[in-house]
Design a protein around this ligand. Structure first.
Ligand code: DOR
Ligand code: ZN
Ligand code: ZN
Length: 428
């Protein structure tokens, strides 16, 4: 079978290290079929799926449940295990059971998983450090947010901007700094998810300069929206962490260019239109679908001259592949080795319509935007999963869990003989 790609660009498929596919537990929002269909339509060939399902992916029992649900996948996937207050004794089982990375919710968000104390985080980091797997952080400090939201609700504030006031940038930056010092002490590899502010960049830069294996990601909404969009979008824009000021998005663009922010992820967080549009802002669910619109939105920025196609490939495929240990990292474009490909037509335009998304979350802050630069075919390990802007329904179930996570050398711990595990084991 041949493919005529005259005049088109053959890119490595995007690797999205941050999606919520909701199954098991919240399948009215999304499931593995609709979520990975959205990825296929969006030129994304590998996703890493988050553990805030119901039940959460907190031990090997739930990991097996998720692997079962994921048998419907169109694209390849990694699975996150939870790192929380109440499952520290399950972490080794998750590692041995084949989890691909960990997720630590330092602040509460959808699913209301209690955020771990710093003590539990430290022990969790000690354990995961030995596996070499990366820990992705929802870096927002729960105690600060709880206080501020209580004060705002008591004062009767109920407007989209109150959402930012409850979770100002310092909430995120304080969490980044705290996690970075735990990573430095334990040798754990960490990734700061959804960087939304200029203030987080300082502690991230400092930790990198100290040699901490820390990476950062941001999402299209933090690059392309700002506080001037709140009035227009109302509760639809509500996301954790919040979209902030234009100066923040400018700083994040610059941080992508200088390598402080390593990659683009989507935080694909589908909710129904009804769950998103509430008259009381605190009742609207946070987040929106993103895996299907990421590549068109960012290629549109390439079309506008905001970044080069090479830079885009670095943020969307090369950096996530390298940082999350995917595939033997040989060439510049590691993912290409597996023929995980998005063929893009940089001359084609489409108008984003929530109603036309594969995702069950039929709501997007980018409704009605016309973008130029579209993935017209998607191949996963050499097989079409999207062809000519049509989902290849026969490819349902083609997706596999990535198993060839690069085995990283065991990092050197600063406190090798002081880990809780080694002290509890006793002398000798
Ligand atoms: O807005 C968000 N929604 N932020 C998160 O961190 C979680 C996500 C969700 O699962 O809905
Ligand atoms: Zn998050
Ligand atoms: Zn998320």
């Amino acid at each position: 079978e041949t493919l005529d790609a005259t005049g088109q660009f053959v890119l490595p498929g995007a690797i999205d290290v941050h999606v919520h596919f909701r199954e098991p537990g919240y399948t009215h929002k999304e499931d593995w079929e609709t979520g990975t269909a959205a990825a296929a339509m969006g030129g994304t060939t590998t996703v890493f799926e988050m553990p805030n399902t119901h039940p959460p992916t907190r031990s090997v029992v739930e990991l097996r449940q998720k692997q079962e649900a994921a048998k419907k996948a169109y694209v390849d996937f990694g699975l996150y295990g939870l790192l929380a207050e109440d499952n520290i004794d399950e972490l080794q089982g998750l590692i041995d059971g084949g989890v691909n990375a960990f997720k630590c919710f330092m602040g509460n968000t959808f699913g209301n998983l209690p955020s771990p104390s710093t003590g539990a985080m430290l022990e969790g980091f000690e354990i995961v450090a030995r596996s070499g797997l990366r820990i992705s952080l929802h870096a927002e400090t729960a105690s600060i947010m709880a206080w501020r939201q209580k004060r705002l609700v008591e004062a009767g504030r109920n407007d989209p901007l109150a959402h930012i006031a409850a979770r100002p940038a310092v909430v995120a930056a304080e969490a980044v700094a705290r996690a970075a010092i735990l990573a430095e002490w334990t040798g754990a590899r960490v990734h700061v998810l959804h960087i939304s502010s200029a203030l987080e960049l300082g502690p991230l830069r400092d930790a990198k300069a100290r040699g901490v294996d820390i990476t950062g990601g941001t999402c299209p909404c933090y690059l392309l929206l700002d506080s001037s969009d709140y009035a227009r979008l109302g509760s639809v824009i509500r996301v954790n962490p919040p979209v902030r000021d234009a100066a923040d998005s400018e700083a994040i663009w610059a941080a992508l260019k200088d390598g402080t922010v390593d990659l683009i992820e989507t935080d694909h967080a589908p909710h129904t239109l009804e769950e998103k549009t509430k008259s009381v802002i605190w009742e609207a669910d946070c987040g929106f679908p993103g895996v299907e619109t990421q590549m068109p939105l960012m290629l549109n920025q390439v079309s506008k001259g905001r970044m080069s196609l090479e830079d885009y490939v670095r943020y969307s495929a090369e950096a996530p592949a390298k940082r999350f240990g995917l595939f033997p990292v040989k060439g510049r474009i590691a993912a290409g080795a597996h023929a995980d490909i998005a063929v893009v037509d940089m001359a084609r335009s489409e108008t984003i319509r929530a109603a036309g998304l594969q995702s069950r979350g039929k709501v997007t802050p980018f409704e009605g935007e016309t973008v130029t630069g579209i993935p017209i075919h998607t191949l996963v390990r050499g097989r079409f999963v999207q062809r000519d802007r049509t989902l290849v329904t026969g490819a349902k179930g083609h997706g596999r869990q990535v198993t060839d996570i690069q085995k990283m050398p065991t990092p050197v711990l600063h406190n090798q003989d002081q880990t809780l595990a080694s002290v509890l084991r006793g002398p000798g």
